[in-house]
Design a protein around this ligand. Structure first.
Ligand code: NAD
Length: 486
């Protein structure tokens, strides 16, 4: 753990196994007690005064140094991430590099967003100033820990907040190391990391000095986080799960590159991505054509194996229970009459790794669990539709509303369909990380959460607004008799 700029030990240890080869440990971190977590918040609180008084430009300069330091460590961080999570090495290194890039982007943009705004009208003049909240806690899941943490670290620190961050016990190693790299380049106490499970997370949502909670994870935990934050009236950002639909307008118009993008957007990180493609809608009469093209592309590109093997393009899933859950969803669909095709092929694959074969499910129907639930694994159902209206209705028929995609060469048609989708992001001819624009806001609707990351709004989320009003006259306008209400 890093608290107050120093590495800190705890009484307990979290041992993380390697999902590609569970008999080989990935590494360990110390677990914080609740009192250590509270202490970390106190330390971040002490660091806040000084850090918030740095100019935005000075903070940006320091954060660019941190971004460089992460880039220099990207290979090591990626190796650690691949080992603890089973995400293929190239993608893991890419995640570390993208985290550094995002830190740079925020450092470049944040100073402009601090600027005061003057409002002058017949009621007077107001100066709107923006300032940080104080200590922000960040609680993140296991599936993309470096970037999901950076979406909180970068904007919170750039705007003058300090932070205590908690990784998931399922992927604490690379993230703790990345925080160490950042913390080493910042004043002590500005960024702290404590490891642990629900007890540590609970401390980070209830401590009096926490002024905002940024959470990414699952719905049941989000409900606990929101309840805990309610007592202290702490604002929360909740980035939760998705059950992303991809609507293909005409399979014949998909290029081979489009099909390959759809495959990667479905099976990257073994489908364990909030914005993975999780349901595919194609015209009824083109389901077989689509399935043939999708299978051919996936069989060519998906190599299932150890995340550290450079030939691997799809690693294991994170734990055996998660593998069992995905397998059960596929078996359930098959039992209800769907056809399951195995995709990809085996590379160097340990028998005891938590591997789940990538599959395509045709003949899926809307009531199947694999359609209704976020499967968060390497399987995807294909559903037929007759009209675009029907496709949109089915896509929206979900409690979740994170992202979606529309596949057509006609941009006007894509926009028209996208406007009808109940999601926070729609990708056109793209999906998942292939479509992310760090300059555009990202977040969910419905049970996928609220609040936005990325974009200006994802930075401004860490600034509070304070309006300083100088009225034009002491008599308030608008009351019927022209007199002040008091
Ligand atoms: P999770 O909800 O189990 O855990 C998330 C974090 O919360 C972990 O650090 C966990 O230790 C912590 N936690 C557990 N109990 C807590 C409590 N009572 N108080 C505070 N913190 C607590 O989620 P997970 O299984 O790690 O992640 C998978 C989920 O995250 C999926 O649903 C996925 O879709 C979602 N996700 C969403 C996004 C997004 O940006 N919308 C991105 C990635 C993942």
């Amino acid at each position: 753990m890093y608290i107050g700029g120093a590495q800190v030990e705890g009484e307990a240890v979290i041992d993380r196994e390697n999902p590609s080869r569970p008999n080989r440990p990935a590494g360990s971190v110390f677990a914080a007690s609740a009192s250590q977590a509270n202490h970390a918040v106190d330390v971040a609180h002490s660091a806040f005064g000084r850090w918030s008084r740095y100019t935005p430009e000075d903070r940006a300069t320091l954060l660019r140094v941190c971004a460089d330091a992460i880039r220099h460590q990207a290979d090591e961080l990626g190796f650690t991430l691949a080992t603890e999570l089973g995400k293929p090495l190239a993608a893991s290194i890419g995640e570390a590099r993208f985290a550094a890039l995002y830190l740079d982007l925020v450092a470049d943009r944040a100073p402009d967003l601090h600027a005061d705004v003057e409002i002058t009208n017949r009621f007077g003049t107001s100066t709107v100033i923006k300032r940080p909240y104080g200590v922000v806690s960040a609680i993140v899941p296991w599936n993309a820990p470096l970037i999901l943490a950076m979406l909180k670290i970068a904007p919170a620190l750039a705007t003058g907040n300090t932070m205590v961050l908690k990784p998931s016990p399922l992927s604490p190693l690379a993230l703790t190391a990345m925080v160490g790299v950042i913390a080493d380049n910042l004043p002590a106490g500005v960024l702290n990391v404590v490891n642990g499970g629900a007890d540590v997370g609970a401390a980070l949502t209830t401590h009096d000095a926490i002024r905002k909670v940024a959470f990414t994870g699952g719905l049941p935990t989000a409900r606990s986080v929101m309840r805990a934050a309610a007592d202290g009236v702490k604002p929360v950002v909740l980035e939760l799960g998705g059950n992303d639909p991809a609507i293909v307008v005409d399979v014949a118009n998909l290029s081979d590159n489009d099909v390959s993008t759809l495959v990667q957007a479905t099976f990257g990180t073994s489908g364990q991505v909030c914005i993975a493609v999780k349901r595919i809608y194609v015209p009824h009469h083109q389901v077989m054509l689509f399935a043939d093209r999708f299978r051919a592309s996936a069989r060519e590109s998906l190599v299932l194996g150890d995340a550290l093997d450079p030939t691997t393009t799809m690693g294991p899933v994170v734990t055996q229970p998660h593998a069992d859950h995905i397998t059960a969803l596929v078996e359930d669909a098959a039992a209800m009459g769907a056809t399951v095709s195995r995709l990809g092929h085996d590379g160097d694959r340990a028998a005891d790794g938590y591997f789940v074969e990538p599959t395509l499910i045709t003949g899926a129907t809307p009531e199947m669990a694999v359609v209704v639930e976020e499967q968060f694994g390497p399987t995807v159902p294909v559903l037929g539709y007759d009209t675009i209206d029907e496709a949109v209705a089915q896509a929206n028929d979900s409690d979740l509303g994170l992202a979606a995609s529309v596949w057509t060469d006609d941009r006007d048609e894509a926009l028209a369909i996208a406007r009808r989708l109940e999601v926070g992001t729609t990708f056109v001819n793209s999906h998942n990380r292939f479509g992310v624009n760090p300059g555009a806001p990202f977040g969910g609707t419905k049970l996928s959460g609220f609040g936005r990351e990325y974009g200006d709004v994802g930075i401004e989320a860490y600034l509070q607004i304070h309006a300083i009003n100088t009225p034009a006259s002491r008599i308030a306008e608008g009351y019927p008799d022209g007199k002040d209400s008091t």
